[in-house]
Design a protein. Structure first.
Length: 219
């Protein structure tokens, strides 16, 4: 297969498996999505979805959030991990949204990245999922699969994002980044990976990855 044929095969399989694409983090608007994505760093979506209702019951907008202290926020979100940094970030960004953006989440990548505790990936998720602006946030699943499929070198997420944007049609970025995440979780995980269940890697995957898989299985 040529590279273009591999890309087309990948898209076809993902659209077949995920014609309807669920959003991993529960939210009702751009602000609650922003907070949920921030909380998901080094945590699981399941855990975040268990904690955000407790937080949003107290404050689901920046005006109510700043009425809480950093310590109060931290006590609620402690189960998701990294609560000292995340609670300061949530309180700080809420104040900035009020002061600089009229309490609204900006639809701009650079403005989002200026907010406390909001990195490039978090900002990219928000503009893609909340506003429908094309972006390609790269998490561990996408980074792993782009390497397994021979679409990226695997050196770092910056390069992986650049390669994904170069290979995939822009109008499909928002769907594909979610489809690849779900595929990685269900069919091509880091642990307990079974190549026979992974049709995309089995068909178009990097030969060295497939050979290493078979070598490991034999041992």
């Amino acid at each position: 297969m040529t590279k273009n044929e591999k890309v087309s095969f990948c898209i076809e399989q993902l659209e077949r498996l995920y014609p309807e694409i669920p959003i991993p983090l529960d939210h009702k608007d751009p602000y609650t999505l922003l907070i949920a994505v921030l909380m998901s760093a080094q945590s699981t979506d399941v855990r975040v979805n268990q904690i955000t209702p407790l937080l949003f019951e107290r404050a689901d907008n920046p005006y109510d959030m700043v009425k809480m202290s950093v310590e109060e926020i931290r006590n609620i979100i402690k189960p998701v991990g990294l609560s000292p940094m995340k609670s300061k970030g949530i309180h700080g960004l809420s104040q900035i949204l009020i002061n600089k953006h009229g309490g609204e989440v900006p639809q701009d990548l650079e403005a989002l990245e200026e907010l406390p505790a909001v990195g490039h990936k978090t900002a990219s998720v928000v503009i893609s999922q909340a506003f429908g602006i094309p972006a390609f946030p790269v998490d561990t699943h996408i980074h792993r699969l782009m390497y397994r499929w021979g679409f990226s070198s695997g050196k770092n997420v910056v390069q992986t994002e650049r390669d994904a944007k170069r290979l995939f049609p822009k109008e499909k970025w928002n769907d594909l980044h979610l489809q690849i995440i779900w595929y990685g979780r269900e069919y091509s995980p880091a642990r307990g990976w079974r190549l026979e269940n992974d049709i995309i890697t089995r068909t178009i995957g990097r030969k060295s990855v497939i050979n290493e898989y078979h070598k490991t299985r034999k041992n």
